[in-house]
Design a protein around this ligand. Structure first.
Ligand SMILES: NC(=O)c1ccc[n+]([C@@H]2O[C@H](COP(=O)([O-])OP(=O)(O)OC[C@H]3O[C@@H](n4cnc5c(N)ncnc54)[C@H](O)[C@@H]3O)[C@@H](O)[C@H]2O)c1
Length: 347
């Protein structure tokens, strides 16, 4: 395809406005795509974004209007999770390729039904947004692990803690389906394996009282067993009031790989591999600078800004070349199946 891909964005909220900015930058800097249309039920959000970039991208009040107008070839859907299935199905049904924010639908039953429909009618139409797979620090850790730097892996710990509750009005299907889906996908991707058993523990400790977002827990642990030779521990919460905390530790027989540690100014992520106790120097040490957007943005953008942009660039490249998407509805269902198994065994 020689013409720039015409890409629309639906939903210009916390996450959608960031995808829209990245799309605008990719259009300007690579000419592989064009930001062709914006859709949001709130016309102010469309006006604000157009004012920010100093352009007049055509706006639509619904995805129905956008699809009918034939204004784009592909679309980035960042509407609330409750709308994901309806919006993605509408756009795929009219021949668009879709980049859908996580989670696929927010429930296991919804994921399984939607994935079965896609498998039958449109197996290659949807890319699911799991930005961690495009994150340079995590990709480097995976490389170290696969090169054998720390020997056989027997445990992975992955933490994700917000400093605030989910915003008023945010629709969450529960802290595990909404938030730990990132960590679960990370662990399935790092290990290349599927767990055989799962257990969750959760509590409402603090931040749930500060929001109208109804969520089961504001603090939870998910423990996964992969046969008898690997375990994973996932910790998620909305209570780390000092700031966003994202940490992964991979345990091997010959050492550990640490990805990130909490910093109040989160623009530097260090990946370090340590040998066994007594080793003189780390086996590996690399610093990754995160992008400073120069203005306050949601905390997840401070840590994953470059990864969000890289996943979007990968989506555009696949649409242009016809290559299969690297992350799909199948990955979304797999992660949600693991979480649902854990939630069936909740303490
Ligand atoms: N990958 C990540 O790290 C990450 C981070 C945050 C949110 N998300 C996901 O992004 C999605 C949106 O979350 P958010 O926090 O940006 O929500 P948000 O409420 O801030 O934004 C949603 C936007 O969609 C618009 N909208 C609502 N209903 C619509 C409709 N029917 N048609 C068109 N527009 C509509 C709203 O006006 C708003 O602008 C969720 O699915 C969430 O799970 C992902």
């Amino acid at each position: 395809m020689r013409e720039p891909l015409r890409v629309a964005i639906a939903g210009l909220g916390r996450m959608g406005a960031v995808h829209a900015l990245h799309l605008h930058e990719l259009a300007r800097d690579t000419q592989t795509c064009r930001l062709a249309a914006l859709a949001d039920i709130d016309p102010d959000r469309i006006r604000r974004f157009n004012a920010e970039i100093g352009q007049q991208i055509p706006g639509f009040a619904s995805l129905e209007d956008l699809a009918t107008a034939g204004a784009c070839d592909a679309i980035v859907i960042v509407t609330p999770t409750d709308n994901h299935r309806e919006h993605a199905a509408r756009m795929i049904g009219s021949g668009h390729r879709v980049f859908l924010e996580k989670p696929l639908t927010g429930t296991l039953e919804g994921d399984q039904a939607f994935a079965a429909e896609l498998e039958r009618d449109h197996p290659h139409a949807l890319m699911l947004a799991f930005q961690r797979r495009f994150d340079e620090p995590l990709r480097y850790a995976k490389q170290l692990m696969e090169a054998g730097a720390i020997g056989r892996i027997f445990k992975i710990y992955s933490a994700l803690e917000d400093s605030n509750p989910a915003p008023n009005g945010y629709k969450s299907g529960g802290i595990l389906p909404d938030m730990s889906v990132h960590n679960v996908d990370e662990i399935l991707w790092l290990s290349g394996r599927t767990p055989s058993k799962a257990l969750t523990i959760g509590a409402r400790i603090y931040s749930h009282a500060l929001t109208t977002c109804a969520e089961d827990f504001d603090d939870a642990l998910l423990y996964l067993w992969f046969e008898s030779d690997l375990v994973a521990q996932i910790q998620v919460s909305r209570n780390h009031v000092s700031g966003y905390r994202v940490e992964t530790v991979i345990y091997g027989e010959e050492g550990q790989i640490h990805v990130g540690h909490f910093q109040q100014t989160p623009f530097e992520v260090v990946v370090e591999a340590y040998g066994r106790r007594g080793s003189k120097a780390p086996l590996a040490h690399r610093k990754f600078s995160m992008r400073d957007y120069g203005r306050p943005l949601p905390e997840f953008v401070d840590r994953f800004g470059a990864a969000y942009k890289a996943e979007l660039a990968a989506f555009i490249e696949c649409c242009r070349t016809g290559a299969p998407f690297p992350v799909t509805h199948r990955d979304g269902v797999r992660a949600q199946e693991v979480i649902a198994a854990g939630m069936r065994a909740t303490i």
